[in-house]
Design a protein around this ligand. Structure first.
Ligand code: ADP
Length: 265
């Protein structure tokens, strides 16, 4: 690579040989083991794997919330290791959106104030047209002045999605964004995320345990024991379920990459 990357064709997120150890030499845990992956603009990726597989560590390293022990993370062409804490915080605020299972809205603030908070925190005056557009997109134009406590779970998650979208981030990371929602509400939220990918070319990476949620993604990546052990492109619920069941029993984690398992299509 010659170092001059075209911002339109470079991956939005790139992990190169990312390894993350926790603990000291005597009780070392390898949470991520030599993970490399590129995520293109306008793609929706689901991250799955058994508990302890390294999903949270993956998300935290990919978002600059945790630093890899070795390897590198590029986001929007920027090597996150090159940023000191303050610059990294600013970068995260401006270039990354987060959507969590627990919504994480401020109860005392109105919908519109929750949505515009990241902009105001980074010293940017919210553009009314953009805020209106995002509220329209998530179907909450009529609830601008409501407080989170007056909204349903699905509506609160849509406020959180609007808050993530309003900074027009390079990537939105979701940590079980539908984990606290009933099936129908989860489907509405997932449809909204899918639309932001299809219509606005938003890039989304979502950790989930739910094969139905994962099937909304373009690609599912499976982690086990900190390793990236397989990928499903254009996943169906049945394929994801099958892979999850296999994950529990495999003695050879690389089995998932063998073509006869039908993982790569
Ligand atoms: P997942 O999100 O898939 O459940 P995690 O990324 O949380 O997995 O954890 C991966 C491994 O790293 C687990 O064995 C976990 O116990 C360990 N781990 C995660 N964070 C820490 C930490 N701060 N200190 C020590 N071990 C950790």
């Amino acid at each position: 690579m010659n170092g001059t990357q075209d911002p339109h064709t470079q991956p939005v997120v790139r992990l190169d040989s990312v390894t993350r150890f926790y603990g000291g030499p005597k009780n070392r845990v390898t949470a991520l083991d030599n993970v490399s992956i590129s995520l293109e603009r306008g793609t929706f990726t689901a991250v799955m794997g058994p508990s302890g597989a390294g999903k949270s560590t993956f998300l935290h390293c990919a978002a600059g919330l945790d630093r890899p022990t070795s390897g590198s993370v590029h986001l929007d062409g920027v090597d996150l290791a090159s940023l000191r804490e303050k610059a990294l915080t600013k970068f995260r605020r401006e270039r990354i959106g987060f959507v969590f299972q627990a919504f994480n809205l401020l109860p005392a603030l109105s919908v519109v104030d929750n949505v515009t908070l990241p902009l105001r925190l980074s010293g940017t005056r919210p553009k009314k047209a953009l805020v209106d557009e995002v509220l329209e997109q998530v179907g909450l134009s009529g609830r601008r002045r409501s407080r989170p406590g007056e909204l349903s779970g699905g509506q609160q998650q849509r406020v959180a999605i609007a808050r993530a979208l309003v900074t027009q981030p390079a990537v939105i990371y979701g940590d079980e964004p539908t984990g606290a929602l009933d099936t129908r509400t989860a489907a509405e939220v997932l449809t909204l995320l899918r639309q932001s990918v299809d219509v606005a070319r938003q890039t989304i990476v979502m950790v989930t345990h739910d094969p139905v949620a994962a099937a909304y993604a373009d690609r599912v990546v499976f982690l086990a024991d900190g390793r990236l052990i397989g990928t499903l492109e254009g996943p169906t619920v049945e394929q994801v379920t099958e892979q999850m069941q296999s994950l529990g029993t495999w003695s050879d984690p690389f089995a998932i990459q063998r073509p006869e398992h039908g993982v790569h299509r």
